[in-house]
Design a protein around this ligand. Structure first.
Ligand SMILES: C[S@@+](CC[C@H](N)C(=O)[O-])C[C@H]1O[C@@H](n2cnc3c(N)ncnc32)[C@H](O)[C@@H]1O
Length: 213
């Protein structure tokens, strides 16, 4: 995603009711903070957040938290939420590597990763959100029976992600496809992200995997 510094974005994000400040103080008590016992689903690297908001509108009994590290991107999600005012959506302006300091053991029921940055250089592999370093982080807060869903049009990143899961003694692969939009089972109920619409309209097949422990 091309990043521009947008004047005022920091202020909007830090004063928005939808953006959780001081997130680490809720570690271990997220459901109390959210005021219900509904499951909590995360989208990590949510960008402008349309996928998360579409999911939240369709599933009012699930709490959705979108994680995005740049205020200039998160700003767009906040502006959209000012129109939609969905009670089950919150945002965190955080780097995903900090999430184990924010969520306690078993607090999260599902993790979505959509069109994560590929970090193509080998020396940057540990920055990929499906690297074993990140899988170890998710393992610290994903509930038993919880799952990870990952979509990408990047074949190299997708192959890397399959290999990281297969090499793990904690994670297992439940399903995958390299052509989601022509897979009648995995595509059922699929909600497209902004990047998914862009890349599929260019003719790129969309890959998806589901993993659990
Ligand atoms: C390519 S965009 C995809 C956006 C959206 N998920 C979609 O599919 O339309 C990747 C997003 O992930 C965010 N991101 C990348 N690494 C991150 C990290 N370590 N922590 C939080 N956000 C991250 C980027 O800032 C960017 O907004």
């Amino acid at each position: 995603m091309r990043l521009r510094n947008i004047p005022g974005a920091d202020e909007v994000v830090s004063s928005s009711l939808y953006c959780i400040q001081d997130a680490a103080s809720h570690r271990g008590s997220w459901n109390t903070f959210l005021g219900n016992d509904h499951p909590i689903h995360l989208e990590i690297g949510m960008g402008k957040g349309r996928f998360l908001m579409d999911l939240a509108a369709a599933n009012p009994d699930i709490n959705y938290i979108g994680v995005e590290r740049y205020t200039s991107v998160l700003l767009r999600a906040v502006q959209k939420m000012d129109e939609l005012c969905l009670p089950n959506v919150h945002f965190l302006c955080e780097d995903a590597k900090n999430l184990p300091e924010i969520f306690g053991e078993n607090e999260i029921a599902r993790i979505y990763l959509n069109f994560s940055d590929p970090w193509p250089k080998d020396r940057h592999a540990k920055r990929r959100l499906t690297s074993h370093e990140f899988l170890d982080r998710y393992d610290q807060f994903l509930a038993p029976g919880g799952r990870l869903e990952f979509k990408s049009d990047n074949q190299e990143l997708f192959t890397f992600s399959l290999e990281e899961i297969e090499a793990s003694d904690r994670w297992k692969l439940d399903a995958f496809t390299r052509d989601l939009h022509h897979d009648p089972v995995l595509n059922e109920g699929n909600i497209m992200t902004e990047y998914e619409e862009k890349f599929s309209s260019m003719g790129n097949p969309i890959c998806k995997l589901i993993a659990s422990r």
